[in-house]
Design a protein around this ligand. Structure first.
Ligand code: ADE
Length: 235
């Protein structure tokens, strides 16, 4: 079973949205497991302190290496990847999510405050990952995003397995536009080709639309796509 272990100072945030919808059903069905550890439980002073002032001065607080180190040692006792959610991390991609979903699971450390003492990142082999170029108030929501993206890829979790192959990013292109009945809505018809019954034409139209949208919205992905699939330069 795919196992997510989460270390946080806000254990009450979990499972949160992961307890609903697809991930929640899969959790209840035993397709994956979630273990949440309270970092604060590994503090030793009577105030259960998990953070301290930054060495060298400056604003904010830093998560203490000794407390977090003990929390990791007690929780991460197998060889699952240990990731620290951080805006400073390597951006997550669908390819990385696929690799993590295929592994036995993940250990996710949720950062808070200004950051985590650098020594514990090095000493416990934490790999920093980011969910995007914006700053959240902590790693918890980012951890949920990562888990959700993995869980939907687990075998048997998503009903229509075929839809994986066609979705955004799997092929390096954004997804084509979707339509369903009514045939005309507020004067806007469904494109004729989609109701033509010609599967070849439908596939060609979708492909062209996926390429058009990718080129327009994500020139970075379009360039990467061209390099990967055509061996050529961006056009
Ligand atoms: N913690 C705060 N911001 C984050 C981000 N963008 N990604 C991952 N973890 C974070």
């Amino acid at each position: 079973m795919w196992c997510a272990g989460v270390l946080t100072i806000f254990p009450e945030m979990f499972p949160g949205p992961l307890g609903a919808s697809l991930a929640g059903k899969a959790l209840a069905a035993g397709s994956w497991s979630l273990t949440v550890s309270d970092i604060r439980a590994f503090a030793t002073d009577k105030h259960r302190t998990v953070d301290d002032r930054p060495a060298g001065g400056g604003p904010g607080m830093v998560m203490k290496a000794d407390v977090l180190g003990r929390a990791i040692d007690a929780t991460a006792t197998d060889d699952r990847a240990r990731l620290l959610l951080s805006p400073r991390g390597t951006p997550l991609t669908q390819a990385r999510i696929e690799a993590l979903a295929a592994a036995p699971g993940v250990i996710l450390v949720c950062g808070r405050f200004e950051g985590v003492d650098e020594r514990v990142i090095a000493a416990r082999g934490l790999e920093e990952v980011s969910i995007g170029d914006y700053v959240l108030s902590g790693g918890e929501l980012a951890a949920m995003v990562l888990i959700d993206a993995c869980v939907r890829l687990l075998p048997g979790v998503m009903g229509d397995e075929a839809s994986h192959a066609e979705e955004s990013f799997t092929e390096g292109l954004l997804e084509y536009p979707h339509y369903t009945r009514p045939q005309v809505w507020e004067g806007r018809p469904i494109p004729d080709v989609l109701t033509s019954g010609d599967h070849g034409k439908v596939a060609a139209w979708r492909r062209a639309e996926a390429e058009r949208l990718t080129k327009e919205r994500r020139p970075d992905l379009w360039t990467a796509f061209l390099r990967r699939f055509r061996g050529g330069a961006a056009g």
